[in-house]
Ligand binder design. Structure first.
Ligand SMILES: *Cc1c(COP(=O)(O)O)cnc(C)c1O
Length: 253
């Protein structure tokens, strides 16, 4: 993690880049909410900082971002240990960052992720529930402190992560049976090559079904850099935006 940030850009220049791209994304969110008759205040922007250094997270935090997304266990743990140290050092008034784990969860990593993630968005197999709950208890977290979203696959292909829609009810019940975990809703990625409006419309139906049985499961995480407008048309409460704010990631890593 270099002090200069990606590509050796000077911190002041990087701050200006991030300020401008963040403002542009907020502008897109405001316009999309106006078009959909929604209040932007009900939408949480989760800035996805995977592949980018802790210095970028700290600049974004200074620019007012509070929620961050990461998708790899070791990278997330190391980066956010640094970030939290720096934020704590800034004094008791500094609002802590909220870390969303959005990546594929491996069975042997679930307990570790439960030590540092505030929200796990990518729970897609019942097998992971015990590991997350065990990790949260071991970390001494209060009951219900680890918030969980169920990731659903919208095209029947679970190879990129996500449970099948027909498996959501059982998965939700498994989460509810663990006092350490708090079921907050659904997450999905629009399938490659599909119309995101169609995908997010069916996601919205699944979210409503889940909320009927689990009233606390009111979050819907959908929408990324390329399709956040479509997600907002279909009830997204959380957007996960990386590229549009931080720039493009190295393509093969
Ligand atoms: C990387 C990632 C994102 C961010 O995607 P961008 O297109 O860079 O905005 C969102 N959601 C998940 C699950 C991701 O892995």
């Amino acid at each position: 993690m270099s002090a200069t940030g990606p590509a050796g850009v000077h911190p002041d220049a990087r701050r200006e880049q991030l300020r401008a791209s963040l403002a542009a994304v907020h502008g897109r969110i405001e316009r999309a909410c106006a078009d959909a008759g929604r209040d932007p205040a009900e939408v949480t922007l989760v800035v996805v900082t995977k592949f980018f250094p802790a210095s970028d997270v700290l600049l974004l935090h200074q620019l007012g971002v509070r929620s961050f997304g990461e998708n790899r266990d070791q990278e997330a743990a190391e980066k956010f240990a640094l970030v939290r140290q720096s934020v704590d050092a800034a004094g008791p008034a500094a609002e802590p960052p909220v870390l969303h784990f959005i990546g594929r969860l491996q069975g042997n990593k679930a307990a570790h992720v439960a030590h540092y993630a505030d929200v796990v968005e990518s729970l897609d197999r019942a097998k992971l529930v015990d590991g997350l709950a065990k990790g949260a208890r071991r970390a001494g977290r209060p009951e219900g402190d680890l918030e969980v979203l169920l990731q659903v696959s919208l095209d029947g292909d679970t190879s990129r992560g996500g449970a099948l829609p027909e498996d959501l009810a059982a998965l939700a019940a498994a989460v509810e049976a663990q006092p350490a975990l708090r079921l907050r809703g659904l997450m999905a990625v629009a399938p490659l090559g599909a119309d995101p409006d169609d995908a997010f419309a069916s996601l919205h139906h699944l979210a409503r079904d889940l909320r009927e049985r689990h009233p606390g499961a009111s979050w819907l995480s959908a929408g990324m850099s390329g399709d956040l407008e479509a997600a907002l048309r279909h009830g997204a409460t959380h957007l996960r935006v990386g590229t549009a704010i931080l720039g493009s990631r190295p393509s093969l890593l």
